[in-house]
Design a protein around this ligand. Sequence first.
Ligand code: EPU
Length: 435
Amino acid sequence: MSDQFFTKEWERWCWTLEKLVIHGQKRLKGEVTVSGAKNAAVAILPAAILSDGHCTIENIPDILDISILKNILTNLGARIEHLNDSSIRIDTSKVNSYTATDKQIGNLRASYYLMGALLGRFKKAVVTFPGGCDFGVRPIDQHIKGFEALGAKVEIEHGKVIINANKLIGAPIYLDVVSVGATINIMLAAVKAEGITTIENPAKEPHIVDLANFLNAMGADIKGAGTDVIKIRGVRELKGGHVYTIIPDQIEAGTFMIAAAATRGDVLVKNIIPKHMESLTAKLMEMNVRVQEYDDSIRVSSKDKIQNVNIKTLPYPGFPTDLHPPVTALLCRAEGTSIITEGVWDNRFQYVDELKRMGAKIKVEGRMAVIDGSVRLTGAPIRALDLRAGAAMVIAGLMARGETTVSNIHYIDRGYEKLDEKLRALGADIQRIQE
Ligand code: EPU
């Protein structure tokens, strides 16, 4: 599909003013199947560039960020064939450009993975400076530090990151902050470098491990993903020809678990890896929510009052920052006062003002929010200010008395596959309307 098509698609999403209309206080009941992980898919698709062949990738979520990414890869010369709703065959043998500066790239945070992938393949990359959700400063200094350690020269000019290397040589790299994006980008750039790269203090998120598994399936030699040190022994080439299935989305799963608890519901969340959910499971149990784990599903039910808890978000295996806004909505119905401390992003509390329109009593002090659970939420017109804030608005709407309209829902569509449809199937009164 053409660049023009996707630019129009993006603009349609942003400007058609679709809204979600929710009539709250319906208990969610039934089963829901979680889609493939967004944050794994946005790394694995660019990683395919590192091979000179084709591969099949399954369990790709049908979300806006992936549509944009597929288009960017097509513009670089990749051939993408859709095998079904969630599987593609991607042939990267004809990728012939190291320049990714399409208009859409600035809309997509994960476009920064093109830096590592193009650098790994061509020893050069020119990529528009990444955009994405706004919750404070989003530097890329650790990505740059990693590329430079491997021997590349990095310049930023006219809103583009320009990277050049004669050759990439493995090196020890210590990350000053735990960064998902920098860990992934260094893995992408180092996988075909000469010699050994070690990443110390890396991120350990499930999608880091998933990317390493994908690269290893193509012939890479990566050990230690998910631990304190990742060791990458460079290989000459990566082969295609394999079939890879992306892991389930930890954050989508968590969003449904929280929504079930928030509506006093009873929901079996299927196609998940319960181990990835441990930090949330522990907190829900502390809140007096019933959580039963099975092999690849979790049942969440709640009839009683929710107990107040304190939560601090941290890199994995800590409580995920991306579940912070949804869990804040849930804590609006807890007994007593809860405290959420944001340990990853500088400024992730903008959405609180939207919850206040619904009557929420939340006080934000720096990186901390104090949530008083003594008020019941009432429906109001509110906005999704970013992807996970959008999920929080929907959960608040499901909890509230009366009608809630959520606008700016293109943010939600960026990262949740058919959230409204899935919730409707669980009994929510939620409709998507066009204004
Ligand atoms: N940081 C730096 N320098 C860097 C990179 C990051 O100081 O070079 C700091 C950031 O400012 C932040 C912290 O390190 O304070 C963590 O940032 P990280 O690099 O881990 O975040 P990211 O890679 O940009 C990914 C997810 C986010 C998720 C964070 C944290 C993707 C595409 N995005 O972002 O997911 O919040 O990790 O887990 O994987 C979302 O899905 O809604 C989302 C925003």
